[in-house]
Design a protein around this ligand. Sequence first.
Ligand SMILES: Cc1ncc(COP(=O)(O)O)c(C=O)c1O
Length: 392
Amino acid sequence: MWKVTLSDLRLHQDDHDAVLGVLQSNWLTMGPKTAEFEAAFALALDPQNPPSAYAVANCTVALHMALVALGIGPGDEVIVPSLTFVATANAVLYTGATVVLADIVGPGDLTLCPDDVLAKITPKTRAIIPVHYAGQPCDMRRLVAECKKRGIAIVEDVAHAPLADCIVSEDEPAQALGTIGDIGCFSFFSNKNMTTGEGGMVVTRHPEIAEKLRLLRSHGMTTLTLDRHKGHAYSYDVVELGFNYRMDEIRAALGLSQLSRLPANNVRRAEAVALYRQKLAKIQGLEVPFADRLPEGRVAPHILPVLLPLGVPRLAIQQAMKEQGIQTSVHYPPIHTFTLHRDSEQVRTANLSGVDFVADRLLTLPLYADLTEDDIDLVVRALKHSLTQAVG
Ligand SMILES: Cc1ncc(COP(=O)(O)O)c(C=O)c1O
């Protein structure tokens, strides 16, 4: 049905071999492969000074345990962009804390707006969750400076941006997203820049938070099944109210093989985005967010959102694109438009005019590492054709 899908998962022989190797090893639950994956991921983020990293079941639980590790709960407020996947906000709701939704910078920059964050900080604000939307870094210079002054924690949602960097201070080299705030949360869901099927990683540079995260991932237990299997321990104590948020060896092995291709795949995604930008610039009335941004180190574009000309019916465009074999999507229906969140006493939805201005115009075009120039031409031609038909 599709000529070009929204994302494409092309597994290689080394992915197959990695998974088969685990199946043959006779040890499937969290063990040495998971530890190897964590060490490799931490080194890939920062070879000079790798953070502590814990592989987990997905990014949603990474966000949840990050907030629990920070001691966030009922009565606390956490600032989250409204333009994100629902999991970012739900992780806060799980803790009993209040979600305070914040706006985007504007149509050219769909990341969290630092001015709006500042306006929404109250004495109850305990953390903010900048989401590096589409793989584009939030303004970490300002967010870090403002949060430091006020003792507010930063949990980075890096689901879209594994191995992207940004500059935080002019006299320091660019730093990996996820290692800049207090805790970073990554997703390896199957449409992400690297995948383990379901999977995630939580990273931190604080030793005390690291120890908390390690315990929270596995029931707060002081030893693991593998420790006992190896005869290193006979029993365990439980010292935290933890969860079963573990990754398994099958996913970790896949993570290792995927990670080995991630830097090159991120570059290929960036090349596809550059081609798209050249070609889309010729479509009248269409806006391409982030088009003016210069990279500040490694880049990791994840999705390609565009803004349709004002007043163009998006669904008609999506249908017309589908008829031409092109899959599109919307990232995202804003959190404050969902039934659950709109009327919840646990969610603040004031002043989100920037998100409201772009919400109905957002359209996500196909993007993946193996996308060819011919694919991009097909997409751009289909979009032009669909817009001509819709506008008449
Ligand atoms: C911005 C963002 N945060 C969090 C998540 C949740 O990730 P996972 O599916 O690994 O739980 C996603 C997944 O799509 C996401 O895009």
